[in-house]
Design a protein around this ligand. Structure first.
Ligand SMILES: C[S@@+](CC[C@H](N)C(=O)[O-])C[C@H]1O[C@@H](n2cnc3c(N)ncnc32)[C@H](O)[C@@H]1O
Length: 424
């Protein structure tokens, strides 16, 4: 027996237990891959991400083969070993002997899971024999979407669109790159300066990375800053700025940007990104609710913290670690920041509010409530020509409303909301 792949599988198991038991975000749990060789780190990431993307399906499959699966509190990591092993077999096309042997070794190494080694071995052998047929008969989108989320989307967008959103979450998302100008070799131009690779790529290995010719940003995330219009030579405050995708976009468009971010470590990431891109912005580490500019400015962009349910394609753990109360908490926090943002806008100026959430409390309802509290602002509808003619991305209020099922034929896009508000 070979132990090839064991470090990667150990790391994947640690990531899955961190996410599923401690509700840690995947990006944070991925620290378990530090120190691994690039290939092992990639394999660990693939096992963990795909297990989370397919969690509902994998749990249903295992229930079919083991009516009484190992109890989470008495079996150490046995449940996660089973899930990851089944994922390797059915979704990552790992040869049966390697996946089953890997799972056995993980169970052997844990004093609680070791008692379940015979069970793990037997179940994974059955999965390798009969699992494909079970998976093919499942309704993947339904199983992989918790009810609380599906019901919210059906309520807001209707059943058909909710299903299309859930379907869009089943695949690995494309990689979108924003170019500072030129074409990106090997990628397709989506619109404006946005280029798309259909398959995941190692970004730092792409031509032009070291020279700072581009940055990574989902196509949908590039649209809110465009709603400010021509910002060349204009003062723009970018609130909640890190890691700086929108700061870079505004600076590259010639704006004089002040980027405000609360988390020092995240601001360090913004610095690093701007330095590589050879772009400049004034930076302020501070809370947007307390900080104020010396004088109001003509343009403010607020990319508010949110439940991030529009980014489930890129963060497949979100459905399993978030809950409806997170949506409420996030919308309350964003409402306070939005009121502060309003105070920073000069008369006649524009405020763009954006979130990467699909939830209406964090989108249109947030704006309705803001307008009720702040009579000196009005909604200014987005025009299709401002977003490359994509009229389907504008809702009945005239706000930007992208969904993961939009641009389906080209690989979809994140769910973003943005409203443009003009101060009288
Ligand atoms: C959605 S992310 C911003 C993404 C960023 N605009 C970009 O395009 O790369 C939200 C950011 O808001 C920051 N944040 C949350 N509450 C804040 C507050 N009260 N003041 C300033 N920043 C805050 C978070 O630390 C996080 O970095």
């Amino acid at each position: 027996m070979s132990s090839a792949g064991l470090p990667a599988r150990k790391a994947a198991l640690s990531i899955l237990t961190e996410v599923l038991r401690k509700r840690r975000p995947l990006d944070v749990a991925l620290a378990a891959t530090e120190g691994l060789e690039a290939r092992d780190a990639g394999f660990a990431r693939a096992i963990a991400s795909e297990t989370l993307r397919r969690l509902g399906q994998l749990e249903a499959l295992i229930r079919e083969f083991v009516p009484k699966p190992p109890a989470r509190n008495r079996a150490g990591p046995a449940p996660e070993i089973l899930l990851a092993g089944a994922c390797e077999l059915l979704f990552l096309d790992v040869p049966a002997h390697a996946a089953v042997d890997g799972a056995n070794r993980l169970a052997q190494a844990d004093r609680n899971a070791v008692h379940f080694k015979p069970l793990i071995n037997a179940v994974l052998r059955r999965v390798s024999r009969d699992g494909k047929a079970v998976i093919e008969a499942q309704n993947a989108a339904e199983l992989n979407t918790p009810d609380w989320l599906f019901m919210r989307w059906a309520d807001t967008y209707g059943e058909e669109v909710a299903r299309a959103i859930a379907d869009a979450h089943q695949g690995v998302p494309p990689l979108d790159i924003v170019s500072k100008g030129g074409a990106i070799e090997g990628a397709e131009n989506l619109f404006g300066n946005v280029w798309r690779f259909a398959e995941p790529q190692r970004v730092d290995a792409l031509a032009g990375y070291e020279e700072g010719l581009f940055w990574v940003q989902d196509a949908a995330a590039t649209l809110p800053p465009l709603l400010l219009g021509d910002v060349k030579g204009q003062k723009v405050i970018d609130l909640c700025a890190a890691p700086g995708g929108k700061t870079a976009q505004l600076a590259a468009a010639g704006a004089i940007v002040t980027a405000v971010e609360r988390e020092e470590a995240r601001m360090a990431q913004l610095f690093e990104n701007l330095a590589r891109l050879k772009l400049e912005a004034e930076t302020v580490v501070g809370d947007a609710r307390d900080w104020r500019p010396k004088e109001p400015v003509p343009f403010v962009l607020l990319d508010a913290p949110c439940s991030a349910t529009g980014t489930i394609r890129r963060h497949p753990e979100l459905p399993w670690i978030k809950s409806a109360s997170d949506v409420t908490l996030c919308s309350q926090a964003a409402g306070d920041i939005l009121d502060s943002a309003g105070e920073m806008v000069a008369p006649g100026g524009l405020l763009v509010f954006a979130t990467c959430s699909l939830e209406r409390e964090e989108g249109s309802e947030q704006i309705d409530a803001f307008l009720e509290r702040n009579g000196d602002f009005t909604r200014e509808a987005v025009k299709p020509e401002e977003i490359f003619g994509h009229h389907e991305l504008i809702d009945a209020n005239g706000d930007l409303r992208t969904l993961p099922c939009h641009l389906k034929d080209k690989g979809g896009m994140d769910g973003f909301f943005a409203a443009r508000l003009r101060k009288k």
